[in-house]
Design a protein. Structure first.
Length: 102
């Protein structure tokens, strides 16, 4: 079953975040079998207390195991350290059939 990683990121320094983290993360996502479905800044908070003005990223993975292999890989573990102080992130992983699938 497909898996989706949903990231809400309150970015404090967008330029540095993209240069030091974002570009490299995109390469690793693709290399590990994921693909981005959404990359968007400026989320409008309708309910709750986290995410106003945040960037949202949704990536699709073949399955949760593949997503977790990416998340726990040595390359990504090192890369995550580059975003420290640049963004506050909330990351969720959920398995679900692709939209429109039977």
């Amino acid at each position: 079953m497909a898996a989706y990683m949903i990231v809400t990121a309150l970015i404090h320094d967008r330029e540095r975040f993209i240069e030091e983290y974002g570009k490299h993360a995109a390469e690793l996502v693709a290399r590990h079998g994921g693909r981005y479905l959404l990359l968007g800044p400026g989320a409008r908070l309708l309910e709750g207390d986290f995410g106003a003005g945040a960037s949202m990223v949704i990536s699709e993975w073949p399955d949760a195991e593949t997503a977790l292999q990416f998340w726990n890989s040595p390359e990504y573990t090192t890369l995550k350290q580059r975003r420290e102080g640049l963004a506050d992130c909330q990351v969720l992983l959920i398995e679900a059939p692709p939209i429109g699938a039977g």
